[in-house]
Design a protein around this ligand. Sequence first.
Ligand code: NAD
Length: 277
Amino acid sequence: MAIAVKEALKDLKGRLEDKVAIITGAGGGIGFEACVLFAKEGARVVAADIELKAAEKAVDRVKDVIGPLHLSKHAIAYKVDVTKEAEVKKMVETALREFGRLDIMFNNAGIMHPHDDNALSTDEKVWDLTFETNVKSVWFGSKYAIEAFRRNGKGGNIINTASFVASVGAATPQLAYTASKGAVLALSRELAVTHARENVRVNTISPGPLNTPLLQNFLNTDDKKQRRLVHIPMGRFGEPIEIAQTALFLASDEASYITGADFKVDGGVTSAYVTPE
Ligand code: NAD
Protein backbone atom coordinates (compact mmCIF):
# COMPACT_ATOMS: atom_id res chain seq x y z
CA MET A 1 0.00 0.00 0.00
CA ALA A 2 2.78 2.42 0.98
CA ILE A 3 4.48 1.67 -2.33
CA ALA A 4 1.24 2.41 -4.23
CA VAL A 5 0.94 5.78 -2.45
CA LYS A 6 4.57 6.58 -3.25
CA GLU A 7 3.97 5.73 -6.92
CA ALA A 8 0.83 7.89 -7.00
CA LEU A 9 2.71 10.81 -5.44
CA LYS A 10 5.43 10.42 -8.06
CA ASP A 11 2.76 10.88 -10.75
CA LEU A 12 1.60 14.08 -9.03
CA LYS A 13 5.01 15.69 -9.56
CA GLY A 14 4.90 18.80 -11.72
CA ARG A 15 6.16 18.81 -15.26
CA LEU A 16 8.99 21.20 -14.29
CA GLU A 17 9.72 19.77 -10.84
CA ASP A 18 13.17 20.79 -9.51
CA LYS A 19 13.89 23.02 -12.50
CA VAL A 20 14.89 26.69 -12.30
CA ALA A 21 13.60 29.12 -14.93
CA ILE A 22 14.23 32.74 -15.85
CA ILE A 23 11.30 34.37 -17.63
CA THR A 24 11.84 37.84 -19.14
CA GLY A 25 8.94 40.15 -19.83
CA ALA A 26 7.41 38.57 -16.72
CA GLY A 27 5.26 41.61 -16.06
CA GLY A 28 3.52 41.44 -19.44
CA GLY A 29 0.85 39.21 -20.94
CA ILE A 30 2.75 36.05 -21.90
CA GLY A 31 5.48 36.31 -19.25
CA PHE A 32 3.01 36.74 -16.39
CA GLU A 33 1.04 33.62 -17.37
CA ALA A 34 4.27 31.66 -17.90
CA CYS A 35 5.52 32.55 -14.39
CA VAL A 36 2.33 31.23 -12.82
CA LEU A 37 2.14 28.11 -14.99
CA PHE A 38 5.83 27.19 -14.60
CA ALA A 39 5.64 27.62 -10.82
CA LYS A 40 2.44 25.54 -10.65
CA GLU A 41 4.37 22.78 -12.42
CA GLY A 42 7.12 22.85 -9.81
CA ALA A 43 9.69 25.28 -11.25
CA ARG A 44 11.41 27.97 -9.25
CA VAL A 45 11.12 31.15 -11.24
CA VAL A 46 13.03 34.41 -11.66
CA ALA A 47 10.33 36.79 -12.90
CA ALA A 48 12.35 39.45 -14.73
CA ASP A 49 11.13 42.69 -16.26
CA ILE A 50 12.25 46.29 -16.74
CA GLU A 51 9.10 47.19 -14.76
CA LEU A 52 9.82 45.78 -11.32
CA LYS A 53 6.30 46.44 -10.01
CA ALA A 54 4.81 44.40 -12.87
CA ALA A 55 7.21 41.52 -12.16
CA GLU A 56 6.25 41.71 -8.46
CA LYS A 57 2.60 41.27 -9.45
CA ALA A 58 3.53 38.03 -11.23
CA VAL A 59 5.31 36.83 -8.07
CA ASP A 60 2.29 37.78 -5.93
CA ARG A 61 0.10 35.73 -8.26
CA VAL A 62 2.49 32.78 -7.98
CA LYS A 63 2.22 33.02 -4.18
CA ASP A 64 -1.61 33.06 -4.37
CA VAL A 65 -1.68 30.04 -6.64
CA ILE A 66 1.01 27.94 -4.95
CA GLY A 67 -0.18 28.97 -1.52
CA PRO A 68 0.93 27.39 1.71
CA LEU A 69 1.37 24.03 -0.03
CA HIS A 70 4.98 24.98 -0.71
CA LEU A 71 7.04 26.39 2.10
CA SER A 72 10.14 27.16 0.10
CA LYS A 73 10.59 30.22 -2.11
CA HIS A 74 9.16 29.62 -5.57
CA ALA A 75 9.54 32.93 -7.37
CA ILE A 76 11.46 36.17 -7.10
CA ALA A 77 10.91 39.43 -8.96
CA TYR A 78 13.96 40.87 -10.69
CA LYS A 79 14.46 44.22 -12.45
CA VAL A 80 16.43 43.90 -15.67
CA ASP A 81 16.91 45.82 -18.86
CA VAL A 82 17.51 43.00 -21.35
CA THR A 83 19.26 45.35 -23.78
CA LYS A 84 22.18 45.66 -21.30
CA GLU A 85 24.60 42.75 -21.31
CA ALA A 86 25.90 43.41 -17.78
CA GLU A 87 22.32 43.35 -16.41
CA VAL A 88 21.49 40.09 -18.17
CA LYS A 89 24.70 38.53 -16.79
CA LYS A 90 23.74 39.67 -13.27
CA MET A 91 20.23 38.25 -13.71
CA VAL A 92 21.65 34.80 -14.47
CA GLU A 93 24.07 35.10 -11.53
CA THR A 94 21.09 35.96 -9.31
CA ALA A 95 19.23 32.82 -10.43
CA LEU A 96 22.31 30.72 -9.61
CA ARG A 97 22.75 32.39 -6.22
CA GLU A 98 19.08 32.23 -5.20
CA PHE A 99 18.17 28.80 -6.60
CA GLY A 100 21.53 27.07 -7.18
CA ARG A 101 21.15 26.34 -10.89
CA LEU A 102 19.49 27.31 -14.15
CA ASP A 103 17.60 24.93 -16.45
CA ILE A 104 15.25 27.11 -18.51
CA MET A 105 15.70 30.51 -20.12
CA PHE A 106 12.53 31.99 -21.60
CA ASN A 107 13.71 35.04 -23.60
CA ASN A 108 10.29 36.58 -23.97
CA ALA A 109 10.60 40.36 -23.38
CA GLY A 110 9.94 42.39 -26.49
CA ILE A 111 8.59 45.66 -27.81
CA MET A 112 6.55 46.84 -30.77
CA HIS A 113 7.34 50.55 -31.04
CA PRO A 114 4.36 52.85 -31.76
CA HIS A 115 6.41 54.69 -34.44
CA ASP A 116 7.58 51.53 -36.17
CA ASP A 117 6.23 51.79 -39.71
CA ASN A 118 7.35 51.20 -43.31
CA ALA A 119 10.82 51.50 -44.87
CA LEU A 120 10.36 55.17 -45.66
CA SER A 121 8.96 56.45 -42.40
CA THR A 122 10.63 54.36 -39.69
CA ASP A 123 13.23 56.33 -37.76
CA GLU A 124 16.64 54.73 -37.28
CA LYS A 125 16.33 55.18 -33.51
CA VAL A 126 13.12 53.10 -33.53
CA TRP A 127 14.86 50.42 -35.60
CA ASP A 128 17.87 50.28 -33.24
CA LEU A 129 15.78 50.18 -30.05
CA THR A 130 13.61 47.41 -31.53
CA PHE A 131 16.64 45.32 -32.48
CA GLU A 132 18.32 45.88 -29.11
CA THR A 133 15.20 44.82 -27.21
CA ASN A 134 14.01 41.98 -29.43
CA VAL A 135 17.24 40.50 -30.81
CA LYS A 136 20.35 41.48 -28.84
CA SER A 137 18.49 40.54 -25.66
CA VAL A 138 17.99 37.01 -26.99
CA TRP A 139 21.70 36.72 -27.75
CA PHE A 140 22.65 37.97 -24.26
CA GLY A 141 20.07 35.77 -22.53
CA SER A 142 21.17 32.70 -24.47
CA LYS A 143 24.89 33.40 -23.93
CA TYR A 144 24.69 33.53 -20.13
CA ALA A 145 22.13 30.71 -19.97
CA ILE A 146 24.43 28.40 -21.93
CA GLU A 147 27.31 29.25 -19.55
CA ALA A 148 25.06 28.37 -16.61
CA PHE A 149 23.85 25.15 -18.28
CA ARG A 150 27.47 24.09 -18.72
CA ARG A 151 27.95 24.46 -14.97
CA ASN A 152 24.89 22.23 -14.38
CA GLY A 153 26.51 19.58 -16.53
CA LYS A 154 23.05 18.48 -17.69
CA GLY A 155 22.29 20.92 -20.46
CA GLY A 156 19.23 23.13 -20.49
CA ASN A 157 16.49 24.67 -22.43
CA ILE A 158 16.07 28.01 -24.21
CA ILE A 159 12.73 29.27 -25.52
CA ASN A 160 12.64 32.48 -27.53
CA THR A 161 9.48 34.40 -28.38
CA ALA A 162 9.37 35.34 -32.06
CA SER A 163 6.14 36.25 -33.88
CA PHE A 164 3.95 35.13 -36.78
CA VAL A 165 5.15 38.24 -38.66
CA ALA A 166 8.55 36.56 -38.96
CA SER A 167 6.85 34.28 -41.52
CA VAL A 168 4.25 36.48 -43.29
CA GLY A 169 4.36 40.08 -44.45
CA ALA A 170 1.79 42.64 -43.30
CA ALA A 171 0.37 45.52 -45.31
CA THR A 172 -0.01 47.31 -41.98
CA PRO A 173 3.78 47.54 -41.61
CA GLN A 174 6.00 47.51 -38.55
CA LEU A 175 9.21 46.86 -40.43
CA ALA A 176 11.70 46.89 -37.57
CA TYR A 177 9.55 44.55 -35.46
CA THR A 178 9.02 42.13 -38.37
CA ALA A 179 12.73 42.04 -39.23
CA SER A 180 13.68 41.64 -35.55
CA LYS A 181 11.45 38.58 -35.16
CA GLY A 182 12.90 37.05 -38.34
CA ALA A 183 16.30 37.49 -36.71
CA VAL A 184 15.05 35.69 -33.58
CA LEU A 185 14.14 32.66 -35.73
CA ALA A 186 17.52 32.62 -37.50
CA LEU A 187 19.50 33.14 -34.28
CA SER A 188 17.58 30.42 -32.46
CA ARG A 189 18.01 27.84 -35.23
CA GLU A 190 21.77 28.34 -35.23
CA LEU A 191 22.00 28.21 -31.43
CA ALA A 192 20.04 24.94 -31.53
CA VAL A 193 22.41 23.36 -34.02
CA THR A 194 25.61 24.65 -32.38
CA HIS A 195 24.73 23.50 -28.85
CA ALA A 196 22.67 20.36 -29.52
CA ARG A 197 25.41 17.96 -28.40
CA GLU A 198 25.67 19.75 -25.07
CA ASN A 199 22.04 18.76 -24.48
CA VAL A 200 20.91 22.35 -24.90
CA ARG A 201 17.56 22.62 -26.68
CA VAL A 202 16.61 25.90 -28.34
CA ASN A 203 13.14 26.52 -29.79
CA THR A 204 10.98 29.47 -30.75
CA ILE A 205 7.32 30.24 -30.35
CA SER A 206 5.66 32.39 -33.00
CA PRO A 207 2.47 33.74 -31.46
CA GLY A 208 -0.31 35.13 -33.62
CA PRO A 209 -2.03 38.40 -32.67
CA LEU A 210 -2.84 38.32 -28.96
CA ASN A 211 -5.03 39.94 -26.37
CA THR A 212 -2.10 41.60 -24.56
CA PRO A 213 -1.21 45.29 -24.09
CA LEU A 214 1.60 45.02 -26.68
CA LEU A 215 -0.92 44.70 -29.50
CA GLN A 216 -4.23 45.84 -28.05
CA ASN A 217 -2.88 49.29 -26.99
CA PHE A 218 -2.14 49.77 -30.65
CA LEU A 219 -5.43 48.33 -32.02
CA ASN A 220 -7.44 51.06 -30.36
CA THR A 221 -10.36 51.19 -32.82
CA ASP A 222 -12.79 48.53 -33.95
CA ASP A 223 -11.70 49.08 -37.58
CA LYS A 224 -8.08 48.31 -36.70
CA LYS A 225 -9.18 45.14 -34.88
CA GLN A 226 -11.38 43.94 -37.76
CA ARG A 227 -8.57 44.64 -40.27
CA ARG A 228 -6.63 41.87 -38.47
CA LEU A 229 -9.40 39.51 -37.36
CA VAL A 230 -10.60 38.86 -40.90
CA HIS A 231 -7.27 37.13 -41.64
CA ILE A 232 -7.36 34.77 -38.66
CA PRO A 233 -9.14 31.48 -39.48
CA MET A 234 -10.20 31.05 -35.85
CA GLY A 235 -11.69 34.56 -35.90
CA ARG A 236 -10.29 35.68 -32.54
CA PHE A 237 -7.12 36.98 -30.92
CA GLY A 238 -5.04 34.51 -28.93
CA GLU A 239 -4.78 34.58 -25.15
CA PRO A 240 -1.40 34.83 -23.40
CA ILE A 241 -2.06 31.59 -21.49
CA GLU A 242 -2.20 29.77 -24.86
CA ILE A 243 1.40 30.84 -25.49
CA ALA A 244 2.48 30.06 -21.92
CA GLN A 245 1.10 26.52 -22.31
CA THR A 246 3.27 26.01 -25.39
CA ALA A 247 6.30 27.34 -23.51
CA LEU A 248 5.55 24.88 -20.70
CA PHE A 249 5.52 21.97 -23.14
CA LEU A 250 8.80 23.08 -24.74
CA ALA A 251 10.40 23.58 -21.33
CA SER A 252 9.33 20.16 -20.10
CA ASP A 253 11.03 16.81 -20.71
CA GLU A 254 8.04 15.88 -22.90
CA ALA A 255 9.78 17.93 -25.62
CA SER A 256 13.10 16.12 -25.13
CA TYR A 257 13.67 15.47 -28.87
CA ILE A 258 12.55 18.91 -30.04
CA THR A 259 15.20 21.47 -30.90
CA GLY A 260 15.61 24.07 -33.64
CA ALA A 261 11.83 24.12 -34.08
CA ASP A 262 9.42 27.02 -34.39
CA PHE A 263 5.97 26.50 -32.87
CA LYS A 264 3.31 28.64 -34.52
CA VAL A 265 0.53 29.35 -32.03
CA ASP A 266 -1.51 31.65 -34.18
CA GLY A 267 -5.12 30.55 -34.74
CA GLY A 268 -4.07 29.44 -38.24
CA VAL A 269 -3.11 32.89 -39.53
CA THR A 270 0.17 31.82 -41.15
CA SER A 271 -1.57 28.92 -42.95
CA ALA A 272 -4.44 30.92 -44.40
CA TYR A 273 -5.12 32.07 -47.95
CA VAL A 274 -8.78 32.94 -47.41
CA THR A 275 -10.72 32.49 -44.18
CA PRO A 276 -14.23 31.11 -43.52
CA GLU A 277 -17.08 33.64 -43.80
P1 NAD B 1 3.62 42.80 -23.17
O1 NAD B 1 3.87 44.18 -23.70
O2 NAD B 1 2.38 42.49 -22.41
O3 NAD B 1 4.89 42.28 -22.33
C1 NAD B 1 6.21 42.58 -22.68
C2 NAD B 1 7.00 42.78 -21.38
O4 NAD B 1 8.38 43.01 -21.72
C3 NAD B 1 6.53 44.02 -20.59
O5 NAD B 1 6.22 43.65 -19.26
C4 NAD B 1 7.71 44.97 -20.66
O6 NAD B 1 7.87 45.75 -19.48
C5 NAD B 1 8.88 44.00 -20.84
N1 NAD B 1 10.04 44.68 -21.45
C6 NAD B 1 10.04 45.55 -22.48
N2 NAD B 1 11.30 45.99 -22.70
C7 NAD B 1 12.09 45.39 -21.79
C8 NAD B 1 13.48 45.46 -21.50
N3 NAD B 1 14.31 46.25 -22.20
N4 NAD B 1 13.97 44.70 -20.50
C9 NAD B 1 13.15 43.88 -19.78
N5 NAD B 1 11.83 43.80 -19.99
C10 NAD B 1 11.30 44.54 -20.99
O7 NAD B 1 3.69 41.86 -24.47
P2 NAD B 1 3.41 40.30 -24.71
O8 NAD B 1 2.36 40.23 -25.73
O9 NAD B 1 3.32 39.52 -23.47
O10 NAD B 1 4.80 40.02 -25.47
C11 NAD B 1 5.74 39.07 -25.08
C12 NAD B 1 6.49 38.65 -26.34
O11 NAD B 1 5.55 38.13 -27.30
C13 NAD B 1 7.22 39.79 -27.04
O12 NAD B 1 8.50 39.35 -27.44
C14 NAD B 1 6.35 40.07 -28.24
O13 NAD B 1 7.06 40.63 -29.32
C15 NAD B 1 5.82 38.69 -28.56
N6 NAD B 1 4.60 38.65 -29.38
C16 NAD B 1 3.47 39.27 -28.98
C17 NAD B 1 2.34 39.24 -29.81
C18 NAD B 1 1.07 39.95 -29.43
O14 NAD B 1 0.17 40.04 -30.26
N7 NAD B 1 0.94 40.44 -28.21
C19 NAD B 1 2.37 38.53 -31.01
C20 NAD B 1 3.54 37.89 -31.38
C21 NAD B 1 4.65 37.96 -30.56
